[in-house]
Design a protein. Structure first.
Length: 355
């Protein structure tokens, strides 16, 4: 997917007149009676302790202006209790729609029910609730993240050796999707590779500690799959301390695949410090999270199928649709590996090269 083209994509929303999304369907009226006034939408930022989420936070006001939306924002700081409290704040402020990224995808169900009772549509970005419904989920195919990482590492290691997977929080659908897909791919396509799964709860200090412990017991580790860039700094520091931060041409090189596509990852790929990442679209999460929230307020509906912005809407279960945005694998040379197409680290279509 060409992210640069997506940035120039006109949403055709001017002064309250909304047009339909080709291929998605538009079974409802284009305006729910709000006239030309800007709808008030509440956006809860899930955390601000990673470069990825700080980039998302930067994009939200940019696209709110483009779409003609008034914002109320909160930050739940990766705490479900904060998110529940912030939801009450949004209700008291009279928001007409909500965009959130619940990191605990099981515990958010009662809050979703409360919004539904108030007829306040909710769009979740990055994650989807385990139970309960929202108007739209905006995320990438997180199982594909795990599969792409598996194919990259499995191919680079020639199907033999040991790898560490620094897992996210398994209470999150993202952590589960990436973990399950990586394990299934390794078992099927690279049975000669041993995978050590290390749960980290998306915490950098936990990831660093577990990686250091694993390398102490298994010094012949040849690959690391970080399910998010939160583990980047600690991983590089540990490899440097152990004399393993060497060029890809060196036999001691440990292959590293990350997820996110932040600017630092792209630079590190170019410098040979890591080998690949999956570019998770922080810009498009902001853009289409707000887009669908406004569409819900306007009374529009959508159906499964391809969209005119290079993605596909799928039906997760009855009453729950997910717009799966593309998330390309990024490498140093941009050549296909393990059957996976890749983009070169300095490709200008990547949001991480346009911040």
């Amino acid at each position: 997917m060409n992210h640069k083209a997506l940035f120039s994509l006109g949403l055709a929303v001017t002064l309250g007149v909304a047009t339909s999304v080709t291929g998605c369907g538009n079974d409802g009226p284009s305006d729910s009676g709000g006239g030309s006034s800007a709808p008030l939408i509440g956006v809860d930022y899930p955390r601000s302790d990673t470069d990825f989420w700080n980039s998302y936070i930067k994009y939200v006001p940019q696209f709110s202006k483009e779409l003609g939306i008034d914002l109320k924002t909160t930050n739940s700081q990766n705490d479900i209790a904060n998110l529940i409290s912030n939801a009450q704040t949004f209700i008291s402020q009279g928001v007409k729609g909500v965009v959130m990224a619940p990191q605990d995808t099981a515990a958010i169900a009662p809050t979703l029910s409360q919004f539904a009772a108030k007829k306040i549509p909710v769009v979740t970005i990055d994650t989807r609730p385990d139970t309960g419904n929202v108007f739209m989920v905006v995320r990438a195919d997180n199982r594909a993240y795990g599969t792409k990482a598996c194919q990259f590492l499995g191919t680079k290691l020639g199907g033999q050796g040991k790898v560490v997977m620094l897992q996210g929080d398994l209470a999150s659908v993202n952590g589960r999707d990436r973990t399950e897909a990586f394990n299934e791919c390794m078992k099927k396509d690279f049975p000669g590779i041993t995978v050590f799964g290390e749960a980290t709860d998306w915490k950098a200090d936990v990831a660093a500690t577990k990686l250091q412990t694993r390398l102490a017991s298994d010094p012949d580790i040849k690959g690391v799959y970080m399910q998010s860039s939160f583990a980047l700094s600690g991983t590089l520091q540990i490899l440097k301390q152990k004399g393993l931060q060497v060029a890809p041409s060196d036999p001691k090189h440990v292959y590293i695949v990350s997820n996110d596509g932040i600017p630092e990852e792209l630079k590190n790929i170019g410098d040979g410090l890591i080998d690949a990442t999956v570019s998770q679209p922080a810009d498009l999460y902001a853009k289409f999270g707000l887009y669908y929230a406004k569409a819900a307020i306007d009374g529009r509906t959508f159906q499964p199928g391809p969209t005119d912005h290079g993605s596909t809407i799928i039906k997760v279960r009855d009453g729950l649709l997910e717009d799966q945005l593309a998330a390309p694998l990024v490498t140093r040379d941009g050549t296909a590996i393990g059957g996976q197409p890749t983009l070169k680290f300095d490709d200008k279509s990547l949001w991480g090269n346009n911040t």
